[in-house]
Design a protein around this ligand. Structure first.
Ligand code: SME
Length: 163
């Protein structure tokens, strides 16, 4: 699969482009895991200054590591634990500017300084989260929150085809 990154001037344009690629990725496979794997690769291609990006999927009472790009990471996270588990428990996006001053953070890659976790809601239930780590403090802003929210909504719509 050849992904062409065309020129963009704003983060809004970048996320709109990523959204279109994600639709194409889901159009090209009938396997959810393959689609999520390519989606994590796409995000790694587009997002600068990040060291981990991927999915944790909710199974029974906990999150289980899904397709990702980055260093090997913790395989299981309980709801309420870490930034990912907090996003599930509170059913809300979490943006942490400095993970070292965040008491509820699970360190996977010691290089990580900031993090954004976006829940994916399918039929009003948390299906999983998209987790992104950056080695830079305060790497993510409100435009990233908005952009990742958009991508999570698109993924949620496409996940419904597999349920
Ligand atoms: N930092 C996450 C754990 C997962 S790794 O960042 C990949 C957390 O606190 O939930």
């Amino acid at each position: 699969m050849d992904i062409t990154i065309t020129e963009f001037h704003t983060k809004k344009e970048m996320y709109a482009q990523m959204a279109q690629h994600i639709q194409n990725i889901f159009n090209e496979t009938t396997d959810l895991y393959a689609a999520l794997a390519n989606t994590s690769a796409l995000m790694a291609l587009y997002l600068k200054d990040i060291n981990w990006v991927g999915f944790y999927l909710l199974k029974n009472k906990g999150l289980v590591l899904g397709p990702f790009q980055g260093k090997p990471a913790v395989a299981h996270i309980l709801v309420g634990d870490g930034v990912c588990g907090t996003a599930v428990k509170e059913r809300s996006q979490q943006r942490v500017d400095d993970v070292h001053s965040c008491c509820n953070h699970i360190a996977c890659d010691l290089n990580s300084s900031s993090e954004i976790v976006t829940p994916i809601f399918v039929n009003d239930q948390v299906f999983g989260v998209i987790d992104i780590d950056s080695p830079l403090p305060s790497r993510f802003d409100e435009e990233d929150e908005e952009g990742m929210g958009l991508l999570a909504e698109i993924i949620a719509q496409r996940v419904k085809d597999f349920l």
